[in-house]
Design a protein around this ligand. Structure first.
Ligand SMILES: [Zn+2]
Ligand SMILES: [Zn+2]
Length: 298
């Protein structure tokens, strides 16, 4: 199994000279299983580069299994530009969760973007077969020779973290995730119950991540930036390192880079957090994800 980062930026595309080395496209990860099944996690603007690569390499018709972590723009706004949607005999199957607030299934994520006000082409004009598979939380599904597990992370909308397993190798992506914290102060009547709920949620997340070969985590903020952003639904480099060490991950890939952070600033932040964690890392390998980074799990 291997995976390639096509977009590593959080929140909004950030192209330009300041981000040229790590890339300005928003979240998209291509996973190729051992039997060459194509799994795509998230449809940020990076999915357009993936689409171009598939067409340039004449890997058509495309059979793509897209898994959406959550419906925020930076994880979906490349979807209508996934060019295989326009290629006859291609098949694109979109997976994701029902929005518990609106009750909308995963088809809504595409449908809302294809409204005439926002996009010139309707779904009926697309030549590929498009299928929607709304996932049940905690349900494991078979995709080619891989199994895809999901677990609910912590974000202002429901965000599924996905673990993909193939022939004993595994990769997990958090999507957007802020470590749980108790929203009720000590002494509040609901503090203890919330603490219990958090413990159950954290246990479910850690059990799904446990022992993964490649752990890809939302590292939007530094620990210094975080207090001003608490509740926005994103983690820090420090919280990602903690998750990796706690769950026995083999390698950690830091992604969802903050859009205002230049390449140089990103490397400086990373150097600081690596220096602070150096005595703790043991066998854990840690990488800053960049656009085009390809990882082979052997
Ligand atoms: Zn995001
Ligand atoms: Zn988000």
């Amino acid at each position: 199994m291997k995976f390639i980062f096509w977009g590593v930026r959080g929140s909004i595309p950030s192209p330009g000279p300041r981000t040229a080395r790590y890339g300005g496209n928003t979240t998209c990860i291509e996973v190729r299983t051992d039997d060459d099944t194509l799994i795509v996690i998230d449809g940020g603007t990076g999915i357009f580069s993936l689409a171009q690569s598939l067409l340039q390499n004449k890997r058509t018709p495309v059979h793509a299994n897209i898994f959406i972590t959550h419906s925020h723009w930076d994880h979906i706004h490349g979807l209508p530009f996934f060019t295989p949607l326009f290629v006859r005999d291609s098949r694109v199957r979109l997976h994701g969760v029902t929005d518990p607030v609106t009750g909308n299934g995963i088809e809504h994520v595409m449908g809302v973007q294809l409204q005439n006000s926002y996009f010139p082409v309707s779904e009926t004009q697309m030549d590929a077969t498009i299928e929607y598979r709304t996932l049940t939380i905690g349900e494991a599904i078979q995709v080619g020779d891989a199994t895809v597990h999901n677990v609910v992370m912590n974000h202002p909308v429901t965000d599924l973290g996905y673990r993909i397993e193939c022939n004993g190798k595994s990769v997990f992506f958090t999507g957007d995730h802020e470590p749980h914290y108790n929203i009720h102060p000590a002494g509040h009547p609901e503090h203890a119950a919330y603490q219990q709920w958090m413990a159950e949620r954290n246990a479910a997340i850690d059990a799904t991540v446990q022992g993964v070969d490649a752990l890809i985590v939302d590292c939007s903020y530094t620990r210094e930036e975080y207090p001003a952003k608490q509740g926005w639904g994103h983690g820090t480099f420090d919280s990602a390192f903690s998750m990796a060490l706690r769950t026995g991950a083999k390698a950690l890939y830091c992604t969802h880079h903050e859009p205002t952070r230049s390449d140089d600033e990103l490397e400086a932040v990373f150097a600081d957090v690596m220096a602070r964690h150096a005595p703790l890392l043991g066998d854990l390998k840690v990488f800053l994800a960049y656009e085009g980074m390809e990882v082979l799990l052997t």
